[in-house]
Design a protein around this ligand. Structure first.
Ligand code: ZN
Length: 313
């Protein structure tokens, strides 16, 4: 069993509208936009990153907004719900805040002994807040949500699978241990992880497969400290028969990707070098940042990318 992985690093999803997406995560959820860059493989669309003050791994929600993309179809073989952690006794605040801001599909429930508030993202994606009194991570406090209520980072992500078996085995190989069961959902966690260290596996044998589109999670990334640990994980995965990409430089982290048996795309990303490698912490996410290979596109992109701000609610 591996011990290099410490929990989630980031979750990356597809959106249909960049300004609406930006408004949802910064003004409704009160996260900080920590990077405004472009999709390295399709530089005519944004890659937007929302997180805590520093873009700490385990707090980073990222989006590719494709203006002409169709809606995703939810089903199995995808990430179901992306869950953020908030302090104890704050779901009342959040229920009112999200309702006041017109957020859809708000509902309260309880699972695994935790109070939960589910809601939909701007393209119908599944989100929830869970009260976690043991979470000591510092929140971003300049996003309009008071420090006592603000989001601490990810709590967990749930995978919806037709058959959990092989993916559960893989997660155990990656360092997760089964810690609980609730209905058709098994909970796995990393001991001593980064706070975003829970994965729930929901088994839905009769459900149709998901179709990628706006509101779909594209992949989830797991955090390792550095490139040496990433290479150890890559070798171990390859030695057990997984097809893993070479290491790819994503400017703010190094990434490797592999498709899991249940259909979900996994990434393992390094905590180094981080989001302050090309701009000061005080101004993260303000300027359009381009990777070196796309720097020559700047005049075109500055003309053609839709301005993000102005959709304030
Ligand atoms: Zn990624």
């Amino acid at each position: 069993m591996l011990d290099q992985i410490k929990g989630l690093h980031h979750v990356t999803s597809m959106a249909s509208d960049a300004p609406l997406n930006n408004d949802f995560f910064t003004h409704k959820l009160g996260l900080r936009r920590v990077k405004k860059t472009v999709n390295f493989d399709a530089p005519d669309v944004y890659h937007l990153y929302y997180a805590d003050e520093f873009g700490t791994p385990g707090s980073v929600m990222t989006y590719f907004p494709f203006p002409s993309i169709g809606k995703g179809r939810h089903g199995v073989g995808e990430v179901g719900t992306t869950v953020f952690s908030v302090p104890e006794d704050t779901l009342g605040y959040w229920e009112k805040r999200l309702a006041d801001k017109g957020v859809a599909a708000i509902s309260r429930s309880e699972a695994f002994g935790e109070k939960r508030l589910a809601f939909a993202g701007p393209d119908g994606e599944g989100f929830a807040l869970v009260e976690d009194k043991s979470d000591s991570r510092a929140p971003w406090v300049k996003g309009g949500v008071p420090a006592d209520e603000a989001i601490r980072g990810f709590h967990s992500a749930s995978l919806r699978l037709k058959d959990a078996g092989a993916t559960e085995e893989l997660l155990k190989f990656m360092g997760y241990e089964e810690v609980d069961t609730f209905g058709n959902t098994r909970r796995l966690a990393i001991k001593g992880g980064n706070g975003a260290d829970v994965i729930d596996i929901e088994t839905l044998p009769g459900a149709p497969f998901a179709g990628l589109g706006a509101g779909s999670v594209h992949h989830i990334a797991f955090a390792v400290e550095n490139r040496a640990k990433q290479l150890e994980v890559r070798k171990a995965l390859m030695d057990t028969g997984h097809q893993v990409t070479p290491v790819i430089d994503r400017d703010y982290f190094w990434a490797i990707y592999f498709r899991t048996p249940g259909g979900v795309l996994f990434e393992v990303a390094t905590n180094e070098p981080g989001f302050d490698r090309d701009e000061d912490t005080a101004h993260l996410g303000e300027a359009l940042k381009l990777p070196a290979q796309h720097a020559h596109l700047r005049p075109y992109l500055e003309q053609h990318l839709q301005p993000l701000d102005g959709g304030r609610s």
